[in-house]
Design a protein. Structure first.
Length: 134
């Protein structure tokens, strides 16, 4: 069932969370705190470091799955990003991917972080760069 797209929506794995933030804090009790979740930032030439956080829930999915990110820039270019394998254990059990991303400056427009599970585009996370934003 790993690569049968027709069954994902019914049986999993399911997307629980997909966002960009500036910091991930792991708390002593095992929970996580996401600090400064961002959807827009000022456009400019400075490097921007963010973390993509993608949380999956297994459903009936069991086994290893490939999670791959790409970044689509406003001018249409798409470049590879981090890639990792996740081990899903079924039922409510999940896996959270923390993927550091570096943007070499932000041109005005929408930058998309594309999240793939295997060959399937699972979701897209937008980051809008706004000229003159303070």
């Amino acid at each position: 069932m790993k690569e049968d797209p027709a069954l994902y929506d019914l049986y999993g794995p399911f997307l629980n969370l997909a966002t960009l933030c500036e910091e991930v804090r792991r708390e002593p009790d095992g929970s996580i705190s996401l600090l400064r979740i961002v959807q827009q930032l000022p456009a400019g030439p400075e490097y921007v470091q963010l973390t993509a956080v993608i949380a999956l829930q297994s459903g009936i999915a069991v086994g290893d799955y490939n999670v791959r990110l790409t970044i689509s820039f406003p001018w249409g270019e798409e470049v590879p990003g981090p890639e990792t394998s996740v081990a899903l254990a079924g039922e409510e059990k999940g896996y959270t991917v923390y993927a550091p991303l570096t943007f070499p400056g932000l041109d005005p427009g929408i930058h998309w972080v594309n999240v793939y599970l295997g060959q399937r585009l699972l979701t897209r996370i937008p980051l809008r760069a706004i000229p003159g934003m303070e």
